[in-house]
Design a protein around this ligand. Structure first.
Ligand code: AMP
Ligand code: TRP
Length: 325
């Protein structure tokens, strides 16, 4: 099964990224899995060049620290493979303006700023190029990306109908529990690095004392009744889901083991700290040796280029372009 996914180097990774994305990547890794640090996507919002450069390496290192093995799977940086931007242009000539302006993420992000970049509008087309270049069958993503995946399928089907069968039609796959980790302070919104409250977000590289403090202060509710009920008790449900996801059980079963919120929180803090400890240690090791990190980056780029070149050539030729020999 050919799998591809991507993640933006736009800041520190948190436990939502880990449970909603990275952990699924690790579980599905192998010779047929392609994972991509999407640095071109990060250019759709304002970012300092030095920050982009540093964060791309940080993300590569954290992905390896989380368990991705660049020798067993293909882990690469999007801009190392020029075909992503090239195929994106071809697909922009297949996608319609109307379907791009209907994307929820575009509406949200463009509404927040004046003079937003055109890349914000064409963002999902570049994402479609990422997916289609590798003839991906499955794309593990959090549910906020489902709409972009549907668009990718529409673009691929339209391309195939118009120009001939070039692309595999991909399918989104979602993790069963904790697909959407919520903010610890505002459990109605998704945990995100861009949210103002720093207490609401558990970063993978947080110190143990920071993790304990954030979990202790997590917002729950006042009736004190221990049960898994995401609609009525979103804060508690979120803690139960994180706990369940890290210990391979269900939120309901976790709830059965506790009567007091305080006890649940202190055990959850321990579970999180222990899960993150080896990740932090491996990350420090990798980040201390930039030469080795860049060697691994190059290994991934070479494997990715081979596959991407073939698909790009087929798509370009199907549209009437004449690739140079
Ligand atoms: P982002 O941090 O928004 O660039 O997302 C990177 C990846 O992590 C995507 O696959 C998202 O769907 C996933 N993700 C981000 N935030 C969360 C969250 N709070 N819960 C679950 N998955 C998330
Ligand atoms: N848009 C995705 C996000 O913000 C990142 C992404 C880019 C991606 N290209 C992709 C995810 C290809 C899956 C497949 O999370």
């Amino acid at each position: 099964m050919r799998v591809l996914s991507g993640i933006q180097p736009s800041g520190a990774m948190h436990i939502g990224n880990y449970l909603g994305a990275i952990r699924q990547w690790v579980a599905a890794q192998g010779p047929d899995a392609y994972y991509c640090v999407v640095d071109l996507h990060a250019l759709t919002l304002e970012i300092e060049p030095a920050a982009l450069r540093r964060q791309s390496d940080d993300l590569l290192a954290i992905l390896i620290a989380c368990g991705l093995d660049p020798t067993r799977t293909t882990l690469f940086v999007q801009s190392d493979v020029p075909y992503h931007a090239q195929l994106s242009w071809l697909l922009e000539c297949v996608a319609s303006y109307g379907e791009l302006t209907r994307m929820t993420q575009f509406k949200e992000k463009s509404g927040r700023q004046q003079g937003y970049r055109v890349g914000l509008l064409t963002y999902p087309v570049l994402m479609a190029a990422d997916i289609l270049l590798y003839q991906s069958q499955q794309v593990p993503v959090g549910d906020d990306q489902r709409q972009h995946l549907e668009l990718t399928r529409d673009i691929a089907e339209r391309f195939n109908a118009r120009y001939g069968e070039v692309f595999t039609i991909p399918e989104g796959v979602q993790p069963p529990v904790a697909a959407r980790v919520m903010d610890l302070q505002e459990p109605e919104r998704k945990m995100s690095k861009s949210v103002a409250s720093p207490l609401g977000c558990l970063f993978l590289l947080d110190e143990p004392t920071t993790i304990e403090r954030k979990i202790k202060r997590a917002v729950t509710d006042t009736d004190g009744e221990m049960r898994y009920d995401p609609a009525a008790k979103p804060g508690l449900a979120n803690l139960l889901e994180i706990f369940a996801a890290l210990t391979e059980t269900t939120p309901t079963r976790v709830a059965e083991g506790y009567s007091r919120y305080g006890d649940l929180k202190s055990d959850l803090a321990e579970v999180v700290v222990e899960a993150l400890r080896p990740i932090g240690a491996r990350y420090e090791e990798l980040r201390a040796d930039l030469g080795e990190l860049h060697r691994l980056r190059e290994v991934g780029a070479e494997k990715a280029v081979e596959v991407a070149a073939r698909t790009y050539g087929a798509a370009a030729a199907a549209m009437g372009l004449t690739p140079r020999p």
